[in-house]
Design a protein around this ligand. Structure first.
Ligand code: ATP
Ligand code: MG
Length: 250
């Protein structure tokens, strides 16, 4: 039975889609059959991050309403043979989905995959509620800014109120040059404030959006070793392998 992990954040634009695409590729490289689903209804862009736009005309709403089969809507990544993608709709609204839609969908794919990563919209709206209901675990993505940390603290307590207790944290866009002693404490503060287990820190890299625009995963870029190692370490921890924190700032 596959494990369903929702990737969430309080604040928008913190790197959920970037992280979902790359950690899914890293899990697949560890030999885990991984499905990544674009659950950012109406604002999808995971297909672009994966370089898989136009791979199929079908999205998950077509599967839910019976227009397409799972087999025709799920496509395999051209470079990562264990990585599969199920797109989201461009012209639907989250209000059109039933309360149990994501649960139904994930139930249907659980037996065929080891991991199902769900890239969600930012914030605590309806998509968040559906994801919290369907997922086994949540990865909260934050950036080191105070506003992001505060939002995730709130996000975390709402998740707990909803009965979700398996929550992990990824701190993205950490600037290596600025990580001196004082800022490391900052990371500690983030962990203390949000009060969840840290899965890893991912460095800021100015070329990230250039790569994303051409549909290239960080993991497939030889010049992005630091980011790639950080994300591969997160993937190892997801699979339960104890891995020391990647200290990229040294
Ligand atoms: N570690 C990083 N270093 C530099 N840029 C990054 C990093 N992570 C993400 N970005 C860039 O930040 C922008 C936002 O990333 P992304 O779209 O993944 O965020 P998101 O949380 O999914 O946003 P939304 O809330 O709108 O769905 C993109 O341009 C992406 O390339
Ligand atoms: Mg996104």
């Amino acid at each position: 039975m596959g494990r369903v992990i929702a990737v969430l954040s309080g604040k928008g634009g913190v790197g959920k889609t970037f992280f979902s695409a790359n950690v899914s590729a890293a899990l697949s490289d560890l030999g885990r059959k991984t499905l990544v689903i674009d659950f950012d209804v109406g604002l999808r862009n995971l297909d672009l991050a994966l370089g898989m736009q136009d791979s199929t005309p079908f999205d998950f709403t077509d599967v839910l309403n019976g227009t397409a089969t799972l087999e025709s809507a799920i496509t395999v990544h051209p470079l990562h043979k264990n990585l599969y993608f199920l797109g989201g709709p461009q012209f639907s609204e989250i209000s059109e989905l039933s309360d149990d839609s994501l649960e139904k969908l994930t139930q249907a794919v659980r037996e065929s995959f080891d991991y199902i990563i769900v890239d969600c919209a930012a914030g605590i709206g309806r998509g968040f509620t559906l994801a919290a209901k369907a997922a086994d675990s949540v990865i909260l993505v934050v950036t080191p800014e105070n506003s992001s940390v505060r939002d995730s603290e709130r996000t975390c307590s709402i998740l707990r109120e909803k009965g979700m207790n398996d929550i992990y944290l990824v701190v993205n866009r950490v600037r290596p040059k600025e990580i001196k002693r004082a800022e490391l404490n900052n990371i500690d503060e983030i962990i203390d404030t949000v009060n969840v287990r840290l899965l890893g820190l991912v460095p800021e890299d100015v070329k990230t959006s250039v790569r994303a625009n051409r549909g290239e995963l960080t993991l497939d870029c030889k010049k992005a070793k630091m980011q790639a190692t950080a994300i591969r370490n997160v993937a190892k921890r997801i699979t339960g392998v104890e891995t020391p924190l990647f200290r990229f700032w040294k």
